[in-house]
Design a protein around this ligand. Structure first.
Ligand SMILES: C[S@@+](CC[C@H](N)C(=O)[O-])C[C@H]1O[C@@H](n2cnc3c(N)ncnc32)[C@H](O)[C@@H]1O
Length: 257
């Protein structure tokens, strides 16, 4: 872990992507979906590739015991900054661990967690298998594994929205694309990740979309009722056919006994 690949992306991601309607919708929708599955606070949560803690700090505020694990010093520095703005009781519930997700078992002292999150990470890795295997090993019996990945089934959507028609045509059979932050990203399918979870002893329970309309429209933060958009997006994420068209999906499973 000599190079911090996320050093250049930390600012655009934390200051840019999250400060948009789409970013806020993503946090809200994923949070609501997670609450359907998580055991009550103060259960332990491991956020693998947790970055600046956008998804797990709200859980710490609710009383969950949160460990954010990430290989990027730059992203953990952002998490540190955001944590410093929290009340002391929230701060006391969050630990930051610098390690690659693939080393999470060793980096957490072989601890098992009531919930293991991994959101927006698999798309940056060449293959999902090594990390998914580790996620399954980190969850306690009956605990929750929550994965958000790029949807390989909807790769034509973004180039089409950007009027790049040749790329859109190629997108129907593509498995990777240049993501919004400029990095190369790889898509997964619900079916394949479900099979990998099963192989790791985790039973898939539900899958959801994440955003749809806010992805298709340019919604300026200043003129948008974000709460209203988020409620619509939550409903779209829960049901067909809308969830199938989301460019990312959220898959939740539970560990066996
Ligand atoms: C798009 S950010 C997502 C952050 C966070 N999960 C969220 O939902 O806000 C991707 C994160 O994955 C981390 N990452 C990259 N490679 C990783 C790996 N092999 N294991 C764990 N995290 C990794 C990056 O450092 C970065 O913080």
């Amino acid at each position: 872990m000599v190079e911090d690949a996320w050093k250049a992306l930390a600012d655009p991601f934390v200051e840019g992507a999250y400060a948009t309607v789409k970013g806020q919708v993503r946090t809200y929708v994923l949070h609501q979906q997670l609450l359907r599955h998580l055991p009550p606070p103060s259960a332990s949560v491991l956020d693998v590739g947790g970055g600046a803690g956008h998804q797990s700090l709200p859980l710490a505020r609710l009383g969950y015991d949160v460990t954010i694990l990430d290989p990027s010093t730059a992203m953990l520095a952002k998490a540190e900054e955001r944590l410093a703005q929290e009340p002391s009781e929230v701060r006391s519930r969050v630990r930051l661990v610098r390690a690659a997700g693939e080393s999470a078992v060793e980096a957490t002292g072989d601890r098992r967690f009531a919930a293991v999150l991994c959101h927006g990470v698999l798309m940056y890795l060449p293959a999902p298998e090594p990390l998914l295997d580790v996620l399954c090993r980190c969850v306690e019996p009956g605990g929750v594994v929550s994965v958000m990945a790029l949807n390989a089934a909807t790769m034509a959507v973004r180039p089409a929205l950007e009027h790049r028609w040749a790329d859109a045509l190629a997108g129907f059979d593509a498995t990777s694309e240049t993501g919004v932050l400029g990095a190369s990203t790889r898509g997964d399918t619900v079916e394949h990740l479900s099979a990998l979870l099963r192989r790791g002893g985790v039973e898939p329970r539900a899958w959801y979309g994440v955003w749809l309309f806010s992805d298709w429209m340019d919604l300026p933060l200043a003129d948008t009722d974000v709460e209203a958009v988020a409620e619509v997006e939550l409903q779209a994420s829960l049901r067909d056919p809308y969830r199938q068209l989301s460019r990312v999906f959220h898959l939740v499973g539970t560990g066996g006994t």
